[in-house]
Write a protein that binds this ligand. Structure first.
Ligand code: ADP
Ligand code: XUL
Length: 537
């Protein structure tokens, strides 16, 4: 019996998942015992209140600036390792490998004392006081940050325009991507930039803390930076030059997602009794969710309804027309479309009308598909897809005081927008959607998804697809390192099957309504975007 530990350091929480795999290799795949034996989360706002985050982040005077605390992420990791070590019935000695998933794009800026501090951690003292002095910037810009439009334009100009940038790095320059964020930091605070010895992603920073050594950035998360040449999987000279001076020396290496960084450092072994388990490179939450939802072939897509909503799928070659192409942790590529107004927009409506999630679901059930013509453009916050730089909700034929119709309007808008904007990714026809993320528990939301996409929607058996994906990546890398590689079908077997009977089927009369309404929504969206860009110029 072997155990694998996966983490997910997301926008709002840190989750740990432990999976158990029976070792009998004579068993045909999926027949041996495979189960999730532990899953627990720490919520940043609730469980680490000293950092003063709201929904896991800090917002500045400028509402486009969104940051968080790399020290808080480290404290959460320390606390979670303590929790895992004390979990009843968990035989720590059986943990063979550890990996993780983290919110993408966010960056951590370290001074030259960091590497020695990680190497020399004292097991008698907590983690935070030992690393507090290792940052050249104590706040980290995160994916919600929209403050770098000028830097995006400059980077794209230097790289030959948005299309050339996308061909080179997998995405055109986006405000939340790491390169524009690094460029802005180097311009706003050149002294602190100069004192930065290392720039990590959230994923590689947390892997470094576990291994007590400088961890690489994996190809999956590196493709969310506008800095990696997508095809060669190396740092692009041109992209680094377009970003900031002296950048190459500050970046860790790029390695495949199954790279073993080293054993868990002696800090974790001595302080909590962990074995010297292999630390496997961490990756981004979307690449990890691809594994955790079992999307390892074409034809199926996953829709993750977390803080952000994302639609993603696997392709052998970079897909033309997708907003983002990342390296897949299973080899090949993943295409992704990201929507910023996900759970936080649903929460805004829920709270504005004094509802809980049951009330929110009832409101959906009590209203008719199509909302009798009422529509909303749900840009409570600046939006990534389509690009909307300034927040502004628009209601069309929708009475602001009608709670139930507003609930339906926000969900219909989100689902129609996702279906419209992911058409290139799915080839226009999706057979099956695996729903993941916190809001996938809500079947009334999933019904609107099934109807708007005209596809079957299945719920996942496991709560957190990203931390499950990280644990599965640890399993895969461990077998590979030990000389018994396993096919990905075999790795995920028995873990990522959706809940039997969870299927939500599209209802033909509703599908017909949304087929028309999606076109109307696209037209209204296009008009609104024109008005916005006219106002800007
Ligand atoms: P992240 O990983 O980005 O932190 P999660 O996938 O954990 O996010 O999802 C958290 C979100 O799920 C919460 O912010 C909440 O809005 C949403 N959520 C939780 N339960 C429900 C529910 N029953 N219906 C709709 N949304 C829900
Ligand atoms: C993806 C993105 C978000 C974050 C959320 O490009 O920005 O999905 O990864 O954690």
């Amino acid at each position: 019996m072997s155990l694998y530990l996966g983490f997910d350091s997301s926008t709002q929480s840190l989750t740990a998942t432990v999976i158990e795999v029976e070792d009998d290799l004579r068993q045909p795949h999926g027949k041996g015992l495979r189960r999730v034996v532990f899953e627990q989360s720490l919520n940043f706002d609730r469980d680490l209140p000293a950092y003063g985050t709201l929904n896991g982040v800090w917002r500045g005077q400028d509402p486009r600036e969104v940051r968080s605390s790399p020290i808080m992420w480290a404290e959460a990791l320390d606390r979670m390792m303590a929790i895992v070590s004390g979990a009843p019935g968990l035989d720590l000695a059986q943990i063979r490998a550890v990996s993780g998933s983290a919110q993408q794009h966010g960056s951590v800026y370290l001074n030259r004392t960091a590497a020695a501090a990680w190497r020399g951690l004292d097991a008698h003292r907590p983690l935070v006081p030992q690393i507090e002095h290792t940052f050249s910037r104590t706040s980290s810009p995160v994916w919600l940050d929209e403050s770098t439009s000028a830097q995006c334009a400059e980077i794209e100009r230097a790289l030959g325009g948005p299309d050339a940038t996308a061909r080179l790095t997998g995405s055109r320059a986006y405000e939340r991507f790491t390169a524009p964020q690094i460029r802005k930091f180097s311009e706003d605070d050149p002294g602190a930039y100069q004192h930065t010895a290392r720039i990590h992603l959230v994923s590689s920073y947390l892997a470094s803390l576990l291994a007590g050594a400088d961890a690489p950035i994996d190809t999956g998360d590196a493709s969310g930076m506008n800095l990696m040449d997508l095809v060669s999987a190396r740092w692009s000279e041109a992209a680094m030059n377009a970003t900031a001076p002296g950048l190459e020396a500050k970046l860790p290496s790029i390695q495949p997602p199954w790279t073993i960084v080293g054993p868990l450092s002696t800090y974790w072994q001595r302080r909590y009794g962990f074995p010297p388990a292999k630390v496997v490179a961490w990756s981004g939450d979307n690449p990890c969710s691809l594994v955790g939802t079992g999307i390892i072939h074409t034809g199926h897509v996953a829709v993750s309804l977390g803080t952000s909503d994302t639609v993603f799928g696997w392709t052998a070659e970079p897909a033309a027309g997708a907003s983002h192409v990342f390296g897949s942790p299973t080899g090949g590529y993943m295409s992704l479309v990201c929507f910023r107004n996900g759970s936080l927009a649903r929460e805004r409506i829920r709270d504005a009308y004094g509802l809980d999630w049951d009330g929110f679901a009832r409101a959906l059930e009590d209203t008719a598909p199509g909302n009798e013509g009422a529509l909303m453009l749900p840009w409570f916050e600046p939006e990534i897809t389509p690009h909307v730089g300034e927040a502004g909700v628009r209601r069309i034929g929708l009475d602001e005081h009608d709670a139930a119709r507003n609930v339906r309007a926000v969900v219909e808008a989100q689902m129609m927008s996702m279906a419209n904007h992911s058409a290139a990714l799915t080839g226009g026809r999706t057979e099956r959607i695996i729903a993941a993320g916190g809001a996938s528990a809500n079947r009334a939301i999933l019904q609107v998804m099934a109807d708007a996409f005209d596809a079957e929607v299945w719920q996942l058996a496991v709560g957190n697809a990203a931390s499950l994906g990280a644990a599965l990546r640890a399993f895969h890398a461990d077998r590979l390192a030990d000389g018994c590689p396993m096919a990905w079908d075999e790795v995920i077997a028995g873990f990522t099957d959706p809940v039997p009977g969870s299927r939500v089927s599209p209802i033909p009369s509703h599908v017909a309504i949304y087929a028309d309404l999606r076109k109307r929504y696209a037209g209204i969206e296009e008009e609104a975007l024109k008005t916005i860009s006219r106002r800007r110029t």
